[in-house]
Design a binder for this molecule. Structure first.
Ligand SMILES: [Fe+2]
Ligand SMILES: [Fe+2]
Length: 320
């Protein structure tokens, strides 16, 4: 997931390998890993181990650091890609992935709530749909390097992309953040009892998600790839079709989404309190990053992979 950028989890400064850091006499093209061990953030003086590979976490960070703009393929159907009030939010992002960060900045759920129209999603959040449409329009005008259109790519490639881009890094991140949440709960639990709840919610979220990803990788994803490759529908469990594991995975996505909402509420939108130490801030930042990655991950499954897999499936005998 590395893009040559590493972000300071304390102040959001981004070390960009393509630029180096002229203020410290660091030349361009010097990899982050090759910076000396005692190198420190030029903005807040945090140690090197407070940095993480950079990915989009919020609109400000996205706009300041990670934004990559995709040149949209010119086609005569461009009007059909224009955002409108009536378009389901999951579809908006499936058409143009860069829209995800705009919706995230308004707290609009485009993964589990992907079937909701933009107008209804805005109503639910108490925001003006016109304001969101304007931001989406601006984002649509930005040019981006070409990227894969997952609505058209082979499902085998999409599955590999999901596993390598989301599942594998998430497993590592869940373990790291679980340790961090234990530490913050232990050190700050007396003054911040909500952080003990955060630890408990996160541990349940981690356990459920690890099992969920294992089921996807061992059962559902091979079934989808096999159906695409052979053209033969797969039989799951008691003789049902692929819709059964997809339904279960969808329910588990909803549960994961609820856990993330709880974490956001407990931490007041991941806002560090006045007395937060470095570990506390890193934990909040990491939770925010996991939420953002989960939105993109679940969006690609709920709104692209699963509907496309269902479309491949011919009617099969159902459970008796
Ligand atoms: Fe997944
Ligand atoms: Fe999933």
């Amino acid at each position: 997931m590395t893009n040559g950028k590493s972000i300071c989890t304390v102040c959001n400064y981004v070390y960009d390998e393509s630029l180096g850091e002229p203020r410290q006499g660091i030349p361009s093209a010097l990899k982050f890993d090759h910076l000396s061990a005692d190198w420190r953030c030029p903005e807040c003086n945090s140690a090197k181990d407070m940095f993480q590979p950079c990915s989009c976490v919020s609109l400000p960070t996205y706009e300041q650091t990670c934004v990559v703009h995709r040149k949209e393929q010119k086609n005569s159907n461009n009007d059909s890609l224009t955002a409108s009030k009536a378009t389901p939010v999951g579809q908006l992002v499936a058409q143009r992935p860069a829209r995800a960060c705009i919706l995230e900045s308004y707290g609009i759920d485009y993964c589990c709530g992907g079937k909701t129209t933009l107008e209804d999603a805005c109503l639910k959040r108490g925001i003006r749909v016109e304001d969101v449409l304007e931001k989406l329009f601006v984002a649509d005008q930005k040019e981006e390097p070409s990227s894969i259109d997952w609505t058209q790519a082979k499902l085998k490639d999409l599955v590999e992309h999901i596993v390598s881009t989301y599942h594998d890094p998430l497993r590592k991140e869940l373990s790291r953040v679980a340790l961090l949440s234990e530490k913050v709960a232990r050190v700050h639990g007396d003054n911040h009892p909500e952080m003990v709840k955060v630890k408990d919610v996160f541990n349940r979220f981690k356990a459920q998600l690890e099992l969920h990803m294992q089921k996807e990788e061992m059962v559902l994803f091979p079934g989808i790839v096999s159906t695409e490759t052979t053209g033969n529908p797969q039989i799951f469990g008691c003789g049902g079709g692929i819709e059964h594991p997809i339904e279960v995975m969808g329910q588990e996505h909803d549960e994961a989404g609820e856990a993330l909402c709880t974490l956001r509420q407990l931490t007041k939108d991941y806002t560090p309190p006045e007395d937060a130490c470095g570990s506390f801030k890193v934990l909040l930042f990491s939770l925010m990053q996991i939420e953002s990655e989960m939105h993109q991950h679940v969006h690609k499954e709920n709104n692209i992979l699963f509907p496309r897999a269902l479309a491949l499936q011919k009617p099969t005998a159902s459970c008796r």
